[in-house]
Every structure is written in structure tokens, then in C-alpha cells.
Design a binder for this molecule. Structure first.
Ligand code: GTP
Ligand code: SPV
Ligand code: MN
Length: 590
């Protein structure tokens, strides 16, 4: 290893954390096997039934360490204003100082692992290198699935290549001594006191979104919380879309959907590029091209079964790490909404004996798996994995889709009038909170572009960057909004979702190709019912009317919420977004 800065940094961090030894992760199979053995004997993971689930393990986190802790996540820029009104901010000086007292001696008696990793194919124009230091072997095993790790990365770094310095320690796994800190100006991340995915797999949300969004603005590209998928028609033409939905709102499911029975005759083929993060650049053709910087899925377990997501069921049969699910007596796993019968017994996600029907002291049913239990699996396991995953130029994006979880208001799908209006649609997105973040379930919050918890700088500047990007493209993608979660008055989903969503994607691609007309409404274009292929779907016109209803009263309320949200950005909010706001108000008045 020739990189002096890297060596010096590792030494300095070791001086602070005081590990017993330092192990460099080389990405080899031999080392991976050793690490797995070590993780088993240390009790960090439990080996699952190797006949039924080869290469699979189970891990349990601490009880209060099961989701991202957004209130303990900070953007540490020198000026508070640069973090903006939607981020938690701490001065870099104070942040380093506070965290250092927790990191001090935190690795005593432990091994410090050093993981060189690349987000994106090593050496591609998109790729960014990070090095994560951690005392968690679970983190190492996850990073080996989620990113490109090892020698090739070091070789690419050479003597003085740029990398993001990522430091993590479990420390005491104490929520009162937990901090997830981002220093975009230093290209540095410090995470301490947690062992949960989004807080500790620093290549994911911390680097690929918070730090990358900061870099992307300077370098004029986009780092987004988006899935990427391709839809191939029978003529072999593949249309690619990128879609931003907040956490636990359906990205993974959409990215690998299986065409519904009624559309089978059309012979569509789905190609999964990514399920969580998209890095997008304007190429020399003036179009937007995207890669998925990750190599694995860190997906939500509950609700995953052969009906909702058969491709994922196939993906997680081998070389997968399960976190916080039920362990069955036969050494396989289960979660609420998994295939098969509810097991008669097992060990729940907290390691306690479990039986169906058990209730806690308050009479609340005890869950077998945590609502935010997850699996970590390699993308290449997925039957629908794109053949272009290693391509350095990525895939060309025809449509960008924003979407949220809204019981009311938002129709099944609508199209923005143009890029600027599309940016307004993204900037005013809202969604109900889920188990993916610690907070009040079901509460509606504004979550612009599904990036509220992930934007590494002032969101007003982020909106401006989006507006600028649109102007820089000869051929910008069209922008749409979807809502799979609208409910009837009894709280039942009006739309069947999952594979059936292809009917909506089909319309979207037809709009991109200019093949169908659309109906103009105050909020954007919606489909003529006759342009939605409903073959084989038992959904009457009345249900469609409910799905597409645009209720003036509700939207006038929504406009108040949007105004209040925009107001917090004060003078920083781009004028264009106020123009769009006024135009929307005006369209509702006439
Ligand atoms: P993160 O990994 O947290 O970023 O989540 P995600 O956006 O990838 O969400 P995911 O696809 O894992 O879906 C989360 C939950 O939404 C699961 O419980 C799914 O069963 C449910 N879900 C996904 N798609 C649909 C849909 O089309 N309709 C309905 N009703 N539920 C859906
Ligand atoms: C999300 O919460 O958006 C996730 C899971 O994709 S985590 O890695 O925890 O962020
Ligand atoms: Mn996500």
C-alpha cells in the first residue's frame, strides 16, 4: 500500500480508538470465509440451514437500534446556513470533539477492520472511493455484499487518490452515545454507537447520498434516492426509468416487478439496475445516464413473498444476511407476510422464544420479525438483474418518477407539464412515515424527492441544482408522480400494486415516446382510462374515478402545507418554485 494519506489516517484513527489489532479487507473469498467463521464464533451472526439457505446468516441488533435515527444524524458544515433548515446541524469542531470522546478507546480488545470500497464500477467516471474503518464484523460482511471491496480499489487509489474517510464504531451501542456525523467539506463521515444498516454501512446513505449529493452539486450531476429499472418491449427496445419513493414505500418491489397475468401476452421483460440509489450524469448526447453505485440490496423483509416479489424471494435464497427476523427450529427464517404458514414456534428478532398469538403486557401482539427487519443480498442473485450493471456509462433514463405513500389526495399517476413543474412536483412530495425511520408511524411529512433525510446540503440549493440540470439537458427525462397507496373510505388500498404497477409504467413510457394523448388537470396530465391496459384486472370505472379523483378542497389544504414548507427556506428558495406554486393556485381557482 503506497497511499501515505490513507496510512496516516488509519494510524491516527487507531490511536484514538485503540483496537487490539488492525485487519485490512482484501475482498478475497478466503478472507470472507475466515470472517464468517469469526463472526459465528463471536456470536455476531448465526449460521442458517446450509442446505436450504447456503451461505446465509442471521444477525440481531440491539432492541433500540433497528432503524435509522434521523434525530441523531447531522450535517456538519462550517456555516449552519449551508446545511439548510431541513437538516440537523452541528459545527465541525463541536461534532469532532463530541464524537471523539465516544470513539476514545472504543475499540479496546476489538479488531479494527479497514475496508477500501468503490461505489460504482472501479475506475468508471461515476465511481467514488471510500474507506470504512469499523469494529463491527457484521458491517464488514454487509459491505462485502453492498459494495466493491478490496485490492482493485487500492490499486485504483494509487499513491494519492481521493477517498471518503468513513469511521465507524459500535462503541457501547448506546442510543445516548450515538451520532451519525457528515463533514462534506472534509469528505468525512463519523458514525458511532449504532449497529443498524443505514447508520453504519457508510457507503450507502451516508456516502452515496449525503456526501455524494454535496459533491454532485459541485460536479454537476445528481445523487438520488431512486431505483433504476428497464422495461424491454417485445421489439427489444428497453426504456429505463428512475423512481424516488421514501423509505419503505416500494422502490425494491418496483425495481424487480413481475408482469401481471393480464399483460403476459405483451412479453415485457423487466431489468433491475438498482433498488435504492441512483447516480445520474448528463452524457455527451445531452441525455441523463444512471448507474446504481451499489452491488447489493438491503431490503425490507416483512411483506416479501412469492406473490408480492418472486424475484426477491429467489435472490435471498443464498449468500444473504438476514437481520432481525424470526429463526425457525429448522434453521430457516420467517417474517410477517413471508411465504408459507405461520410457524408454530421460533426465536423472535430479540432472541426470545416466540409462538403465534403471543401478546405483550399491554395486549399488543408480539412480532416475530421487526417491522424494519431486512436482508442483505447480492444484486447478481436476482433473476431480473440487468446485464449492464458493470457498464461504465450506465443506462439512459427516459422517465423520472416521484411517489409517496398517501392514503388520500395524490392520484394513481400524473405527469408534470415540463421539467420546472416536475421539479416542483418532486419538491412538494409528501409521504406517511414508516418503520424505516424512528418516529411516529403514519404521520404525513414533506419529503422532497425522497431526499429529506439524505440531502447533504441546503435543500433550497438542491432544488436550484435540479432546475439547472434540466436546463443543461438536450433531452431531459419526463417527470411523473405516482401513488400506489390511495385508500377508500374504509382504509383499503384502491390499487392492487406490485406487478400491476406495470400498467402505469407502460402508460408512462408511452407518454415518453409521444404515443398517447393525456387529459389536462390543474396538477398535471392524467391518463384517459382507455389508454391504461386493464386486461385481467377486476377494477371498475368507479374505482378508477376514486383513484384519479382530484379533490379541490384537499388540494387547497395541501397548498397551505406547501407554502409553509417553502417558507422555511426564506429567500433561498428558487423563484421558479414560487412561480409554480402560484400557477397551481391559479389553476385551482379557475
Ligand atoms: P427502503 O429500502 O427503505 O428504501 O424501501 P423501499 O422503497 O425499497 O420499499 P420496499 O419496496 O421494500 O417496500 C416497502 C413496503 O411497501 C413493503 O411492505 C411492501 O410490501 C410495500 N409495497 C411495495 N410496493 C407496494 C405496492 O405497489 N402496493 C402496496 N400496497 N404496497 C407495496
Ligand atoms: C432506507 O431507510 O431508505 C433504506 C434502509 O434503504 S437504510 O439503509 O437503513 O437507510
Ligand atoms: Mn432507501
Amino acid at each position: 500500500m503506497q497511499h501515505k494519506k490513507l496510512k496516516d489516517w488509519v494510524n491516527k484513527m487507531a490511536q484514538m480508538c485503540e483496537p487490539e489489532k488492525i485487519v485490512w479487507i482484501d475482498g478475497s473469498d478466503i478472507q470472507k470465509k475466515q470472517l464468517e467463521q469469526e463472526a459465528m464464533s463471536g456470536g455476531e451472526v448465526i449460521q442458517l440451514n446450509q442446505e436450504k439457505l447456503p451461505g446465509c446468516f442471521l444477525h440481531r441488533t440491539a432492541k433500540d437500534d433497528v432503524a435509522r435515527t434521523e434525530h441523531l444524524t447531522f450535517i456538519c458544515t462550517r456555516k449552519k446556513h449551508d446545511a439548510g433548515p431541513t437538516n440537523n446541524w452541528m459545527s465541525p469542531r463541536l461534532a469532532y470533539k463530541k464524537a471523539a470522546t465516544i470513539f476514545k478507546g472504543a475499540m479496546k480488545g476489538r479488531t479494527m477492520y479497514v475496508i477500501p470500497f468503490s461505489m460504482g464500477p472501479v475506475g468508471s467516471t461515476f465511481a467514488k472511493v471510500g474507506v470504512e474503518i469499523t469494529d463491527s464484523i457484521y458491517v464488514v460482511l454487509n459491505m462485502l455484499i453492498m459494495t466493491r471491496v478490496g485490492e482493485a480499489v487500492l490499486r485504483h487509489l494509487g499513491k494519492d487518490g481521493e477517498f471518503t474517510k468513513c469511521l465507524h464504531s459500535k462503541a457501547e451501542l448506546d442510543i445516548n452515545k450515538r451520532l451519525i456525523l457528515h463533514f462534506p467539506e472534509d469528505n468525512t463521515i463519523w458514525s458511532v454507537g449504532s449497529g443498524y444498516g443505514g447508520n453504519v454501512l457508510l457507503g450507502k446513505k451516508c456516502l452515496s447520498l449525503r456526501i455524494a449529493s454535496f459533491i454532485a452539486r459541485k460536479e454537476r450531476w445528481l445523487a438520488e434516492h431512486m431505483l433504476i429499472m428497464g422495461i424491454e418491449d417485445p421489439n427489444g427496445r428497453i426504456g429505463y426509468i428512475a423512481a424516488a419513493f421514501p423509505s419503505a414505500c416500494g422502490k425494491t418491489n418496483l425495481a424487480m416487478l413481475v408482469p401481471p397475468e393480464g399483460l403476459k401476452v405483451k412479453n415485457y421483460r423487466i431489468w433491475t439496475v438498482g433498488d435504492d440509489i441512483a447516480w445520474m450524469r448528463i452524457d455527451s448526447d445531452g441525455s441523463l445516464w444512471a448507474i446504481n453505485p451499489e452491488t447489493g440490496f438491503f431490503g425490507v423483509a416483512p411483506g416479501t413473498n412469492s406473490k408480492t416479489n418472486p424475484n426477491m424471494v429467489a435472490t435471498i435464497k443464498k449468500n444473504t444476511i438476514y437481520t432481525n427476523v424470526l429463526l425457525k427450529p429448522d434453521g430457516t427464517v420467517w417474517w410477517e407476510g413471508a411465504d408459507g404458514d405461520v410457524p408454530a414456534e421460533g426465536i423472535d428478532w430479540q432472541g426470545r422464544p416466540w409462538k403465534p398469538g403471543m401478546a405483550d403486557a399491554n395486549g399488543v401482539p408480539v412480532k416475530a420479525a421487526h417491522a424494519n427487519s431486512r436482508f442483505t443480498a447480492p444484486v447478481v442473485n436476482c433473476p431480473s438483474a440487468s446485464y449492464r450493471l458493470e457498464q461504465h456509462h450506465g443506462v439512459p433514463i427516459s422517465a423520472i418518477i416521484f411517489g409517496g405513500r398517501r392514503q388520500h389526495l395524490a392520484p394513481l399517476v400524473y405527469e408534470s407539464f415540463n421539467w420546472q413543474h416536475g421539479v416542483f412536483v418532486g419538491a412538494t412530495m409528501a409521504s406517511e412515515l414508516t418503520a424505516a425511520q424512528v418516529g411516529k408511524l403514519g404521520q404525513v411529512r414533506r419529503d422532497p424527492m425522497a431526499m429529506l433525510p439524505f440531502c447533504g446540503y441546503n435543500m433550497a440549493d438542491y432544488f436550484r441544482h435540479w432546475l439547472t440540470m434540466g436546463k443543461s439537458m438536450v433531452n431531459p427525462p419526463k417527470i411523473f408522480h405516482v401513488n400506489w397507496f390511495r385508500c377508500d373510505e374504509n382504509g383499503k388500498f384502491l390499487w392492487p400494486g406490485f406487478g400491476e404497477n406495470l400498467r402505469v409504467l407502460e402508460w408512462i413510457l408511452q407518454r415518453c415516446a409521444g404515443r398517447v394523448r393525456a387529459k389536462e388537470t390543474p396538477i398535471g396530465y392524467v391518463p384517459f382510462y382507455s389508454d391504461l391496459d386493464m386486461t385481467g384486472l377486476n377494477l371498475g370505472e368507479a374505482a378508477l374515478d376514486e383513484l384519479f379523483a382530484i379533490e379541490k378542497k384537499g388540494w387547497l389544504e395541501e397548498l397551505k402545507g406547501i407554502k409553509a414548507f417553502f417558507n422555511q427556506f426564506k429567500k433561498d428558495l428558487p423563484e421558479e418554485l414560487w412561480q409554480e406554486y402560484e400557477a397551481l393556485c391559479a389553476r385551482f381557482k379557475t
